[in-house]
Ligand binder design. Structure first.
Ligand code: NAD
Ligand code: MG
Length: 394
């Protein structure tokens, strides 16, 4: 029986993870669940899974939650609050696996704490890895932690790697990764109409049901930019070894091209329970609850090269990793602020890459060799982006 801690339990990935856990309750016991503010969903999850401890980051909500637990059948659940408590529950002795499913930079410290504590990390929170790159991988190596990618593309790539492959190692005889992308909802919209896109249109993804931030990232293709950086870090590759491929059907989740000309692909229905179940059962497999792929319904598969004019965010991600050092952190922070401003209808969809590019121009590249430097670059880039948004609106 393994103990699992789910960071970001109330989000899209968290909910899918608990769905898989419920199918395998003889193998996994829920030790800890965390939420930022969504205590209604958390309460339902507690009734079903009865964790030992929960974290509600927001202090006020945590108090309300504690009151709600009193005199209930689950009054014995311990309630913690504050961001520091996330690190505490991610490193508890009886936690073997940590699902890192907090969105954005907020997930960095708890995910890194799990890595340092030698846990099995099921990593959905790509922003954490983009920010901390080599520091994260070093923590994994030093502690003997196991890092398994949840992002469907990286999970697919991992599945296509040679037997015995460990993340962070050079991928022997693999010469290229073909990183697939759906192209999002605006793949075919005339470029001059992108300016009028609304938040509701942007979060309506054609193939995947996801949180709001990653849905906007998919629409701008910043998601693929972050994933390209994530792939470089996880699989020890250079950006020119990663070819982004637009594949609108989202049936192939990525491919690995080997020196002999063999290309291995992983396929399946677009449902995150597949990579989640794979990582939870690894190195075995078990049922994910996902229906078998009906290849006849798929019928055909298309592949196109991405257009960097339509998707400037993808270009910016290549520029950030080429610059190296703190630049991926700056890219990520500027993107988080720009996407939030777009979702709050403070800026237009097409302003997102403008804000990120202007922000990146304000920073000199410097090595990102300590956590302090990374956290400082993150903070500075957030401030700079907020200022750029203010200027745009004047
Ligand atoms: P979501 O918005 O649905 O959920 C986010 C979770 O993080 C929630 O539980 C929320 O309570 C928590 N959270 C938000 N801000 C927080 C903060 N400041 N402190 C602590 N907790 C906070 O997001 P999601 O779609 O589940 O995505 C989660 C992560 O997984 C992201 O990094 C995303 O890129 C990645 N991912 C998601 C999918 C998907 O299909 N949803 C696929 C691949 C990767
Ligand atoms: Mg993905």
């Amino acid at each position: 029986m393994k103990g699992i801690c789910i960071l970001g339990a109330t989000g899209s990935i968290g909910v899918s993870t608990l769905d898989v856990v419920a199918r395998h309750s003889s193998l996994y016991k829920v030790i800890a669940l965390t939420a930022n503010t969504n205590i209604d969903t958390l309460y339902e999850q507690c009734l079903e899974h009865h964790p030992e401890v929960v974290v509600v980051v927001d202090e006020q909500k945590a108090k309300i939650f504690e009151e709600k637990l009193k005199n209930s059948a689950i009054a014995d659940i311990k309630v913690l609050s504050g961001a520091k408590a996330l690190e505490h529950v991610a490193t508890l002795d009886n936690v073997d696996s940590v699902m890192a499913a907090i969105v954005g930079a907020a997930g960095l410290l708890p995910s890194l704490a799990a890595a340092k504590a030698g846990k099995t990390i099921l990593l959905a929170n790509k922003e954490a890895l983009v920010m901390s790159g080599s520091i994260f991988m070093q923590a994994v190596t030093e502690s003997g932690a196991q890092l398994l990618p949840i992002d469907s593309e990286h999970n697919a790539i991992f599945q296509c790697m040679p037997a015995g492959y460990k993340t962070g190692m050079p991928a022997k005889q693999a010469r290229r990764i073909l990183l697939t992308a759906s192209g999002g909802p605006f793949r075919e919209m005339p470029v001059d109409q992108l300016i009028n896109v609304t938040p509701d249109q942007a979060v309506a993804h054609p193939n995947w049901d996801m949180g709001r931030k990653i849905s906007v990232d998919s629409a701008t293709m910043m998601n693929k930019g972050l994933e390209m950086i994530e792939a470089c870090i996880l699989f020890d590759m250079t950006p020119d070894q990663i070819q982004v491929v637009i594949h609108p059907q989202s049936v192939i989740h990525s491919m690995v091209d080997y020196v002999d000309g063999t290309v291995l692909a992983q396929m399946g229905n677009p449902d995150m329970r597949i990579p989640i179940a794979y990582s939870m059962a690894w190195p075995e497999r078990f049922d994910s609850g996902v229906a078998p792929l009906n290849i006849f319904d798929v019928g055909r598969m298309d592949f196109h090269e991405p257009n960097l004019e339509r998707f400037p965010c993808l270009r910016l991600a290549y520029e950030a990793i080429d610059a190296g050092g703190i630049m991926p952190t700056v890219l990520n922070a500027a993107n988080e602020i720009a996407v939030e401003a777009f979702l709050n209808e403070q800026v237009r969809f097409t302003d997102i890459p403008v804000i990120i590019e202007r922000c990146m121009k304000k920073f000199e590249v410097k090595a990102a060799d300590t956590l302090e430097i990374i956290l400082d670059a993150d903070q500075q880039a957030r401030l700079a982006s907020a200022q750029i948004i203010g200027e745009l609106n004047n």
